[in-house]
Design a protein around this ligand. Structure first.
Ligand code: COS
Length: 369
């Protein structure tokens, strides 16, 4: 029998996580320095056992974690998600030695990871990446630039996709896993609309050996795509968590606020907006859960389902947060208001891990396969 709802234990765990995010993680996030990795927050995610829930990889579990944490603390949500993004290529393709060395540290929140794929001239067109891996003795030397790399200012461990040149385009890409303190790596932080530890990485002849390979030489591009297939439903889950928070705030506000001789929610224009927001959030959530469950089951069609979940949920969250701002009026735009925060946070997920346009391309390709 197909299930279209979570098990009661899952729902209860999500409620616990939402409370944990609001009560325990939120204060730690507020004590952090915007634009830098918040180590105490990450350590708390480790101590609470949340990071270890990322391993083994279970897409639905990841979605429930991300949606629940996002509801009360987007910073905690993102810190957790980035540990998954940075470590999953190692989980999918790393050697036993790499996993033994790094996974316990990642799960404890001591080793901060980063996934370095994008470049100044290769964003959506990831197969056009140009960071060179030139043969040098038994290994290679990495030279080039990665940019928009989350966690770059403060990472301990980098997954780097480089061109070893076995073939053209996607066929010539190889993945490496290396400590961020290897000689020849430098970082410049980037200042974004929503403060976030993100930056540009320069590689100046950085030495890597065969022991740093992630998977096969020339196998880097499919590894990046498999990692993104796994993560994309959970970007949708992050969006659903933010949308639910915006909806919940709007429900409270429309009940409290009085205008035109009654409560705001008694105005049909407002109540219909609330109904529309709730319907779209529920649809996005179901699509996310279905895509994640498909990832966990395996089988064909995962790339398209993941793309649909990310596309629909991130676009929905943008609509819901924007509508919530409209319902609240000017106060929602005041610095420090939950909706001011969400309005800035909700924009990036429509771009990163594959822009909405890339998701439509993936879906359309699959329709004609
Ligand atoms: N899983 C495994 N392998 C995959 C795959 C997937 N989901 N998608 C593609 N591949 C493989 C293909 O099978 C192909 O291999 P062969 O040449 O051996 O057949 C190879 O990868 C190239 O695939 P394709 O021709 O589809 O690649 P494109 O260059 O057309 O790029 C898109 C496809 C646009 C989907 C890709 O570049 C992309 O995802 N871009 C967005 C990148 C992104 O999300 N960046 C965010 C960085 S992290 S914030």
């Amino acid at each position: 029998m197909p299930h279209f709802a979570l098990e009661p234990e899952q729902t209860a765990r999500c409620a616990e996580l939402r409370a944990l995010a609001a009560e325990t993680l939120r204060p730690l996030a507020e004590r952090g320095t915007p634009g830098t990795v918040n180590r105490p927050l990450l350590a708390a995610l480790g101590d609470l056992g949340l990071l270890s829930r990322l391993f083994p990889v279970r897409a639905l579990e990841l979605c429930l974690l991300r949606e629940s944490l996002a509801h009360g603390c987007t910073e905690a949500e993102t810190a957790l998600a980035l540990q998954g993004l940075g470590a999953y290529p190692m989980v999918l393709a790393g050697s036993a030695a790499q996993r033994d060395r790094w996974l316990p540290e990642v799960a404890a929140g001591r080793a901060v990871t980063a996934f370095a794929l994008s470049e100044p001239d290769a964003g959506s067109d990831a197969a056009a990446l140009g960071l060179r891996a030139r043969p040098d003795g038994a290994g290679w030397r990495l030279t080039g630039t990665k940019t928009w790399i989350s966690n770059a200012p403060g990472a301990d461990l980098l997954t780097v996709f480089a061109r070893t040149g076995e073939g053209a385009g996607a066929r010539g890409v190889t993945a490496f896993l290396l400590p961020a303190d290897r000689p020849g790596i430098s970082v410049t932080p980037l200042d974004m609309l929503s403060p976030h530890p993100i930056g540009t990485l320069e590689f100046d002849g950085v030495p890597v050996g065969r022991e740093d390979l992630l998977g096969d030489v020339g196998g880097g591009f499919p590894l990046a795509m498999r990692t993104l297939d796994l993560l994309r439903p959970s970007v949708g889950a992050f969006a659903v968590g933010m949308a639910q928070a915006a909806l919940d705030a709007s429900l409270v506000y429309a009940d409290d606020r009085r205008a035109f001789g009654g409560r705001l929610r008694e105005l049909q224009s407002v109540s219909h907006q609330l109904a529309e927001m709730a319907t779209r959030v529920e649809a996005a959530r179901l699509l996310v859960h279905a895509a994640a469950a498909a990832c966990d089951r395996g089988g064909p069609g995962i790339a398209a389902r993941s793309a649909m979940a990310k596309l629909f949920a991130t676009e929905t969250a943008q609509y819901v947060v924007d509508t919530a701002v409209q319902i609240h009026g000017a106060r929602a735009l005041q610095r420090g208001h939950l909706l001011e925060h969400l309005y800035r946070e909700v924009r990036a997920p429509r771009i990163y891990e594959g822009a909405s346009e890339v998701q439509r391309t993936i879906i359309a390709k699959e329709l004609y396969r």
